[in-house]
Design a protein around this ligand. Structure first.
Ligand code: NAD
Ligand code: UFG
Length: 339
């Protein structure tokens, strides 16, 4: 049985991926400093799967502490989720973002070299396509110009990992470019639990629905899109998690260096998200239209053909599933894991 280290595995995407890996017969180890998560998420992963997960509470930047994870376990592959991810905060605190996101990557690569761990999967983002590339995005497009330090950390980490793979022919690197993950596990036991005011659309909608926020502001309705609001490629987090299992199967079997978009290929507008959430869940979402948010692109969506062709992965869940599962999580956990 192969053992997978999930760096940042207590977070939103990591916890859902842990469930799917455990259900597929992999052993999972989580290393996390809980800077944006909590031990309860891991406890619930164990509850859902009926399996136990070894956890190390540590800062992955701290390569001395990180080394204990590698010396105490035989790790077959690493999935690197550990990053700070708030776009707006990255503009105000760029040094903290560069330090955290780049150093976690370097510490992991150093330990992997020392312990001959040859497989790494990285949580990248559609943001690396930048402002220049036309939609739908395909993997061979050049990385573009980002509008914020968070995006640049993703561009830089992709470059670092590609350079490391070029220098060490035995090192296999898979870069997964996520589009917009939303939704929650259908049990309603794990989900997205943002600290403070949510930056992203779906958690904001869910908090309006549960009464934690008064109203949603839709940022701009004068874009050159069918209804004037921005369009994104929303992907159910469980589909995304299953994409990681396929990527792990692939990297352990074939190795190599690859990039995959993980998206549905179908964009939906902000208005369509609000309408679908209201319809599926029978709840009204109080909303107003406001000015555009700086840095937003009118459209972002994937061409997801490569992941289907090479990994045999495609999304299965609908936008209605995403809205229903988000609400199931939020209504059962109105204050997130603190509920
Ligand atoms: P998250 O914040 O829920 O999870 C990240 C986890 O990493 C958290 O548990 C956090 O405590 C941990 N972490 C951060 N820095 C750490 C450090 N120095 N040491 C140890 N642990 C650390 O975020 P998520 O939504 O699950 O995202 C996971 C990854 O996917 C991130 O790298 C993010 O940038 C990337 N990503 C997310 C999205 C999205 O919309 N959620 C989109 C594209 C890419
Ligand atoms: N939006 C609103 N009101 C809100 C929040 C968001 O109208 O309160 C709109 C945004 O303007 C945008 C859409 O909803 O048009 C989606 O916004 P999100 O913040 O949910 O998602 P983004 O596409 O801006 O950002 C996401 C990830 C980033 C990643 C980026 C590109 O959060 O990490 O996709 O991949 F960098």
């Amino acid at each position: 049985m192969s053992t997978i280290l999930l760096a940042g595995g207590a977070g939103y995407i990591g916890s859902h991926t842990a469930v799917e890996l455990l259900n597929s017969g992999y052993d999972v180890i989580i290393a996390d400093n809980y800077s944006n998560s909590c031990p309860e998420a891991v406890r619930r992963v164990e509850e859902i799967t009926g399996q136990s997960v070894k956890v190390y509470e540590l800062d992955i930047k701290d390569s001395v502490k990180l080394e204990t994870v590698f010396s105490e376990n035989k790790i077959d592959a690493v999935i690197h989720f550990a990053g700070l991810k708030a776009v707006g905060e990255s503009v105000d605190k760029p040094v903290i973002y560069y330090r955290n996101n780049i150093d976690t990557t370097l510490s992991l690569l150093e330990c992997m070299t020392r312990y001959s761990v040859k497989n790494i999967i990285f949580s990248s983002s559609a943001t690396v396509y930048g402002e220049e590339n036309p939609v739908p995005y395909t993997e061979e497009m050049k990385r573009g110009t980002c509008t914020n330090p968070y995006g640049w950390t993703k561009v830089m980490m992709e470059q670092i990992l590609e350079d490391a793979a070029k220098a060490d022919k035995e090192l296999s690197v898979v870069l997964l470019r996520y589009f917009n993950p939303i939704g929650a596990h259908e049990s309603g036991r794990i989900g997205e639990d943002p600290q403070g005011i949510p930056n992203n659309l779906m958690p904001y909608v869910a908090q309006v629905a549960v009464g934690r926020r008064e109203k949603l502001t839709i940022f701009g309705n004068d874009y050159d899109t069918p209804d004037g609001t921005c369009r994104r490629d929303y992907i159910h987090v469980v589909d995304l998690a299953k994409g990681h299992v396929k990527a792990i199967d692939y990297i352990l079997r074939n190795g190599g260096a690859e990039i995959f978009n993980l998206g549905t290929g179908t964009p939906y507008s902000v208005t369509e998200i609000v309408d679908t959430f209201e319809k599926v869940n029978g709840i009204r979402i109080n909303h107003v239209y406001g000015p555009r948010r700086a840095g937003d692109l009118p459209e972002s969506y994937a061409n997801a053909d490569k992941a289907f062709k090479i990994l045999g992965w495609k999304t299965e869940k609908t936008l209605a599933d995403m809205c229903r599962d988000t609400w199931n999580w939020q209504k059962n956990n109105p204050q997130g894991y603190k509920s």
